[in-house]
Design a protein around this ligand. Structure first.
Ligand code: UD1
Ligand code: UDP
Length: 380
């Protein structure tokens, strides 16, 4: 069996590299890897941390790329990769433009598709944009759906997907975290070794989503500035995404505020260990909403909606929205009110137990007759 994993952005790489390696360890499987390089530096950093060398690199990234540009270049590049590598199945991950284009290309070539991190929904086609629609379209094409949670499976069943093709596996991001987080970790980024963890409250921030471009991103930056200005016991660390749109907003509204550390994107192992040591996470990222709860860190989500309701239900994640006053009020409460903080700061793992890759590989083997029993699903 030739199984080709296709991915192109930082979060996909963090969540797919452990699976590429798990598949490579299976005797009946040849694990192939094709990167679109929708991201360049941020992708290469992850490949280095996990020691994965792609079989094909479509190298499509351009500055300020458009959605149509990414999708069309991925499709054209995939033609050659599929023709030459001849996979029996293509695996795509999550909700990016690479995901949708990878699935569509597989369909054009009549190659089976496995969708990792399947079934997440907000049912609002513009939030997250364009990720919600990327997921819906990919589900329509996929043959196997690997759902992180039981709720994700329910979503797919409601849409009429065949239950035989749906597996609850947990999220592979928890598999990744198990390999990166260590109590004795030393940061290569020296500044991070010197932060006053414990003495002061280290707030970890990320923000990059397309649906936040414009007014919402401005509000978020001004809220972060106000939080840093009004709380002397806080250090705010923000590894800034390489998107020029994001960098412009940061430069315009946040740079120069006291107690704010604006740094370049971190390698995944540094980011995960920083998260493990921080006090609170403020983010619009999908991945951070899954990682921080597993590490016992409260999260304020800088979005109006989330396709990851499980940690909200568990009480460790709250939706803060994109209005300056709301974000400031919610963050200030967690900084100053210990009881409110303690109520949220509990390690929960609705997103997995670190064995998602094993379950996905087992399911693929079962589907192709390499394993007799259908693998049991993950139960949170
Ligand atoms: C994309 C995904 C989004 C995901 C995010 C993760 C889509 C539509 N969006 O966001 O779901 O949450 O990645 O980070 O697929 N850039 C670099 N170097 C890099 C990466 C990006 O310079 O390594 C710059 C380039 O100018 C690029 C821009 O950032 O054009 C934006 O990259 P892009 O992949 O288009 O980001 P998003 O669509 O915002
Ligand atoms: N991440 C990282 N370095 C950073 C910021 C994020 O390694 O400087 C990791 C983060 O821990 C998570 C993933 O990147 O594993 C999330 O990616 P991103 O926020 O770019 O995308 P999203 O999850 O929103 O799609």
């Amino acid at each position: 069996m030739r199984i080709m994993s296709v991915f192109g952005t930082r979060p996909e790489a963090i969540k797919m590299c452990p699976l590429v390696k798990e598949l490579a360890a299976r005797p009946g499987i040849e694990s192939l890897c094709c990167v679109t390089a929708q991201h360049r530096q941020m992708l290469d950093s992850v490949l280095e941390v996990f020691g994965v060398t792609p079989d094909r690199d479509l190298d499509i990234m351009t500055p300020r790329q458009t959605l149509s540009g990414i999708t069309s270049k991925c499709l054209l590049g995939m033609d050659e990769a599929v023709d030459q590598l001849k996979p029996d199945m293509i695996l795509v991950h999550g909700d990016t433009s690479t995901t949708f284009a990878g699935a569509l290309s597989a369909y054009y070539h009549q190659v089976a598709v496995g969708h990792v991190e399947a079934g997440l929904r907000t049912y609002d086609k513009y939030a997250p944009f364009p990720e919600e629609m990327n997921r819906v379209l990919t589900s329509s094409i996929a043959d196997l759906h690997f759902c992180p949670t039981a709720g994700n499976r329910e979503n797919l069943l409601r849409e009429g997907r065949d239950p035989e093709g749906i597996f609850i596996t947990g999220n592979t991001v928890i598999d990744a975290l198990k390999t990166t987080v260590r109590k004795d970790f030393r940061f290569a980024t020296g500044e991070l070794n010197r932060l006053p963890y414990g003495e002061k409250k280290v707030l970890l921030v990320t923000c990059h989503r397309r649906e936040n471009y414009g007014e919402p991103m401005k509000n978020i930056m001004l809220a972060l500035r106000q939080i840093a200005e009004e709380n002397r016991d806080v250090e705010l660390v923000y590894p800034v995404h390489l998107s020029p749109v994001v960098r412009e907003a940061v430069d315009r509204y946040l740079r120069g505020a006291p107690r704010v550390h604006l740094i370049d994107p971190l390698p995944a192992d540094e980011m995960h260990n920083l998260m493990d040591r921080c006090y609170l996470v403020l983010t619009d990222s999908g991945g951070l909403q899954e990682e921080a709860p597993a590490l016992g860190k409260p999260v304020l989500v800088l979005r109006r909606e989330t396709e990851r309701p499980e940690a909200v239900a568990a009480g460790t994640v709250k939706l803060a929205g994109v209005v300056q006053d709301d974000i400031v009020t919610m963050a200030t409460r967690l900084i100053r009110d210990k009881r409110a903080y303690d109520e949220m700061a509990r390690a929960v793992n609705p997103y997995g137990d670190g064995n998602a890759c094993r379950r996905i590989a087992d399911a693929i083997e079962w589907r192709y007759g390499l394993r007799a029993e259908r693998p049991a699903g993950y139960e949170a």
